[in-house]
Design a protein around this ligand. Structure first.
Ligand SMILES: NC(=O)c1ccc[n+]([C@@H]2O[C@H](COP(=O)([O-])OP(=O)(O)OC[C@H]3O[C@@H](n4cnc5c(N)ncnc54)[C@H](O)[C@@H]3O)[C@@H](O)[C@H]2O)c1
Length: 360
């Protein structure tokens, strides 16, 4: 079992990583003195696999528990789902009940929606994250960003609300479909590009073991990513100092593609990273061999690196609506494997031609 601290002063919290930890979630909640009753937010397929075990662990430690399940796709990260979860939470948390906290059991969609519900319910209550996808185990589960999609725009309505703990039980990944494992791999590769060339090289040498969820490799890679994210979040919690923004490498273009083409988050980020690298090559700040090295790794992993879009205008439109991009045509671009920088004023025409595939 490994423990990593997200250092945020009074709001610091642990990330606990290991195998078979789900049965100890009640113990953890008791240690952290989170409250007396727990409201579990999840989705039907995940709850049917792990929900009862999770509830039993809470019940064993004397917590009263209730759960709320919402739809299982990205489009369910919606106002309607949020409203449903909040009204079930309000019914459970009746007057007279003692302190209630939220536990999210699921991938990034559950974590984002459940986290946001706990951010706004009674002006903020405690929550813990129990990530169940590879992606949420290396990225979404940590850092306190939570949001829903709104008016067709991804993560438009949200908040910063740090969890009190992240319980990362890697054995829950054994039921994850291959597509979702690939999706998480894209975020893992991202960490190598933005932070650490040696970590990138480690993935080049070991990605097959990670894909097979080989326990030692998995634990090493997940805890390395968590450590990188924890350090970035500690340095720039509110994303105002130009440090946390590097986590968006591949995401600005990726989100636009994800929205329009309905790709998985990771597939879209993979295409987005290659597109950003192509733009960086065109601007002369990133060597073509480095771009080829990244593209080659993504392909070997089995990720998509290009799209043939019949509607580049729609993608550009979605891009221009992105809250991090709009007004400034601002992108996170690589300068070498292991380092990225924010570049403002990137020509829209260049971005469009790259998206259309002519320059990929
Ligand atoms: N808050 C952040 O910092 C942050 C960072 C990155 C991504 N995100 C968000 O995360 C979301 C994507 O998250 P994701 O990739 O985890 O996808 P997801 O939450 O949609 O999960 C993918 C699918 O896998 C299923 N699933 C989850 N765990 C399972 C398991 N253990 N066994 C079997 N099936 C399982 C889910 O029901 C779902 O159908 C996006 O909405 C993205 O915006 C948030």
């Amino acid at each position: 079992m490994k423990r990593i601290e997200v250092k945020l002063g009074e709001r610091s919290y642990p990330i606990i990583i290991g195998f078979g930890l789900l049965d100890r979630v009640g113990e953890l909640a008791e240690e952290l003195n989170l409250g007396d009753s727990v409201f579990l937010v999840s989705q039907i397929p995940i709850f049917s696999l792990y929900g009862q075990r999770c509830l039993e662990s809470f019940n064993k430690k004397g917590f009263s528990a209730r759960y709320s399940l919402f739809g299982e796709s990205e489009t369910d990260k919606s106002w309607e789902s949020l409203q449903m979860v909040l009204s079930e939470l309000a019914r459970f948390d009746e007057p007279g009940r003692k302190r209630c906290f939220v536990a999210t059991l699921g991938g990034g969609v559950v974590g984002d929606l459940g986290g946001f519900a706990s951010a706004i319910y009674k002006r903020g209550i405690s929550y813990i994250q129990i990530p169940t996808t590879l992606l949420s185990n290396v990225d979404a589960g940590v850092g306190g960003k939570c949001a829903i999609n709104f008016c067709g725009i991804k993560n438009l309505v949200g908040a910063f609300h740090q969890p009190r703990a992240v319980l990362s039980d890697l054995s829950l990944l054994l039921t994850l479909p291959k597509r979702e494992i690939l999706s998480g791999m894209a975020e893992i590769v991202k960490y190598g590009v933005i932070c650490d060339e040696r970590f990138f090289a480690h993935i080049e040498d070991n990605f097959e073991k990670i894909l097979l969820l080989e326990p030692q490799s998995l634990e090493y890679v997940v805890s390395s990513c968590y450590k990188m994210k924890a350090d970035i979040v500690a340095a720039d919690e509110m994303d105002t100092k130009g440090i946390r923004v590097i986590l968006n490498f591949g995401h600005t273009i990726g989100h636009a593609i994800e929205n329009i083409l309905g790709l998985s988050h990771g597939e879209a980020i993979s295409v987005g990273m290659v597109a950003a690298s192509s733009i960086a090559c065109h601007l002369g700040i990133f060597a073509k061999e480095e771009k080829d090295r990244l593209e080659e790794l993504l392909k070997r992993i089995g990720l998509r690196t290009k799209i043939k879009s019949s509607s580049p205008e729609k993608i550009m439109e979605a891009l221009l609506c992105d809250k991090k991009f709009a007004g400034k045509t601002r992108l996170v671009l690589p300068t070498r494997i292991g380092e990225v920088k924010v570049v403002e004023g990137v020509e829209e025409l260049l971005i469009q031609s790259v998206i259309m595939g002519s320059n990929l």
